[in-house]
Structure formats: structure tokens, C-alpha cells
Design a protein around this ligand. Structure first.
Ligand SMILES: Cc1cc2nc3c(=O)[nH]c(=O)nc-3n(C[C@H](O)[C@H](O)[C@H](O)COP(=O)(O)OP(=O)(O)OC[C@H]3O[C@@H](n4cnc5c(N)ncnc54)[C@H](O)[C@@H]3O)c2cc1C
Length: 271
């Protein structure tokens, strides 16, 4: 069995305001969310994430949820009054200003819709959102001598937060796929002995590479360090499942040493 995710002990629906937005690199926008309600957010760190509720740009009719029973509240609303909901990781806490940052990957849209990306591009100070903590899943196994962290761009915020939060702990081999060279981060804080393999896809309209496939191939071809290790992998569903299948099937890694999370599915919108 994979380690169980850590659900928040106490949580409530937070009403927050966009404080700032900043383009971090060509395919990432960082958004700072803040407000008094941040005091109710338990700080776990690692890949802690939550559901973000928001309105499409220009839609003032949306009713944001006010309770953890958001599903019911949302079902009772229709059309323009129904909020959008997408999951995002907490990239950085800013307790001194009652705020935290999320980082949203601005991905290509193969259909007309990708409300999370559209919201991230348009978000500006003063916009209201709601946020519900979902806890975290990074649970290194006892006895691991190092860790393998794998993801595509949707998992970049979580992986960078994990590396920062366990800076004194296990050295990591990191395989991180990003859309382009300019999305590579140069200033990463990580445990000593960590190696980050950045895998930019680049833009090639004639033979577009499916997100996640570079990272999966790189892990399969990697010479990994000796000794027992913990794996955390997230991103496109085929990447997460593929890494796990490879490690278990071809390298004999116990399932219990792997946390894998399908964050999104190619060709399918969330919710
Ligand atoms: C626990 C958790 C934490 C997450 N943390 C983050 C985070 O910190 N930052 C972040 O950017 N994402 C994160 N994600 C992933 C994000 O929630 C999904 O990518 C989401 O589907 C994006 O919503 P959208 O409205 O932009 O696109 P959707 O409306 O869901 O999808 C529209 C189309 O775009 C495709 N698509 C969706 N996501 C991507 C993508 N990332 N790259 C390329 N194509 C895509 C879909 O397959 C679909 O064809 C997280 C997901 C989970 C479950």
C-alpha cells in the first residue's frame, strides 16, 4: 500500500483576495492569495494543496462557496452563478502578511476552455476566491536513503516546496519536465546531494510531445543511486502511473515506497 495522504485535521472554506500576480517564466504565473481567513489554514508544507474556487474573467454573478460542503452548495447553483473549481499546490507561505502563493502553469488549450489557465492570466489584486485545504501526500518511508521526485509542470510548485521543506533531509534525484528552457528555475533550495534533471519539451509544432512523456522516458533511462529510496511522482496521469508501474514492475520497488498522484488527464478537463 502507498503511504496514505495526510488530510487536514481541521479545515474550513477560506474566503481570500488576490493580492498580487506575477509572471515567473513564460509558462508560469504566481498568484498571491491573502486575507484574515489564512489564520485558519494549517501549515503542513510539502505538496500541500487545496481546491480553488473562482469566477471566469468578467463574470460578476458567481457565488463562491462558504462551507466545506461546497459540492452541495455548487450543485444548487446554475449557469453563471456556479463557480469554477481547480486544484493547486501551495508554493510558498507568507505568514507575516497572512498570505500564500500558488503557481499556475499556463498550458495550451486544445479546446475553448481551460478556466484555471484563463483565471491565472486575468487574476488581479482585489479579485475574490475561495480555497479549501486538501492536505498533502509527501510521506517518505522510514529507512529511505534518498528520494526520487518526478513531475511535469503541474507538479513543479509542489516539488519545489518539497525540496525547500526537507532541506536538511534526504538527498533527491529530481526529474522535472517543463514546457520550455526559460521555465527552468535557477535558484532552487534543496537538500545537499540533490541533482535536478530539468527536461524542457521545447516547442515543435510538427511533433508535439505529450506532457509527461519526457520525464517518464528519463526515469526509465536513468542510472539511479544505490540503496532504498522513497518516490513521489505527480503530474499527467500516464506519467504518474507509468513511473510507478516501471519502478514496481522492472526495478522491484515496493508499492509502499511510492506516492503517485495523477494531477490531470491529457485531453480531459478537470471536474
Ligand atoms: C492536488 C493537485 C495539485 C495541483 N497543483 C497544481 C499547481 O500547483 N499548479 C498547476 O499549474 N497545476 C496544478 N494541478 C493541476 C491542475 O489542477 C490541472 O492541470 C487542471 O486541470 C488545470 O485546469 P484548467 O482549467 O487550466 O484546464 P482544464 O479545464 O482542466 O483542462 C482543459 C484541457 O487542458 C488540458 N490540461 C489540463 N491541465 C494541463 C496541464 N497542466 N498541462 C497541459 N494541459 C493541461 C486537459 O487535458 C484538457 O484537455 C494540481 C492538481 C492536483 C489534483
Amino acid at each position: 500500500m502507498a503511504p496514505a495522504p495526510q488530510r487536514p485535521r481541521h479545515r474550513r472554506m477560506l474566503t481570500l483576495t488576490v493580492r498580487a500576480g506575477e509572471r515567473v517564466s513564460p509558462h508560469f504565473r504566481s498568484i498571491t492569495l491573502g486575507g484574515d481567513d489564512v489564520r485558519h489554514l494549517e501549515r503542513y508544507g510539502y505538496d500541500q494543496s487545496g481546491r480553488l474556487f473562482f469566477a471566469d474573467p468578467g463574470n460578476d454573478d458567481v457565488v463562491l462557496p462558504t462551507s466545506e460542503r461546497w459540492m452541495l452548495q455548487r450543485t444548487l447553483l446554475s449557469g453563471r452563478r456556479r463557480p469554477r473549481v481547480r486544484s493547486y499546490s501551495i508554493r510558498r507561505f507568507r505568514p507575516e502578511t497572512s498570505a500564500f502563493d500558488i503557481e499556475i502553469s499556463l498550458h495550451e488549450r486544445d479546446g475553448p476552455d481551460a478556466p484555471g489557465t484563463a483565471w491565472a492570466l486575468a487574476a488581479e489584486p482585489g479579485d475574490q476566491v475561495a480555497f479549501l485545504d486538501e492536505g498533502y501526500s509527501y510521506r517518505p518511508t522510514a529507512g529511505a536513503g534518498w528520494q526520487l521526485l518526478v513531475g511535469d509542470e503541474s507538479a513543479l510548485p509542489a516539488i519545489l516546496a518539497i525540496l525547500e521543506d526537507c532541506a536538511d533531509a534526504l538527498p533527491a534525484e529530481v526529474f522535472l519536465e517543463v514546457p520550455a528552457d526559460d521555465d527552468i528555475r535557477r535558484d532552487v533550495t534543496a537538500p545537499p546531494g540533490t541533482t535536478i534533471h530539468w527536461l524542457p519539451r521545447g516547442v515543435d509544432a510538427d511533433s508535439p510531445t505529450k506532457p509527461g512523456s519526457l520525464a517518464l522516458r528519463a526515469v526509465r533511462n536513468a542510472r539511479l543511486p544505490e540503496g532504498s529510496f522513497y518516490t513521489w511522482v505527480a503530474g499527467e496521469a500516464a506519467l504518474a502511473a507509468g513511473v510507478r508501474r516501471y519502478l514496481v514492475g522492472e526495478r522491484g520497488v515496493p508499492r509502499s515506497d511510492i506516492t503517485f498522484r495523477g494531477y490531470w488527464r491529457h485531453g480531459r478537463a478537470a471536474l
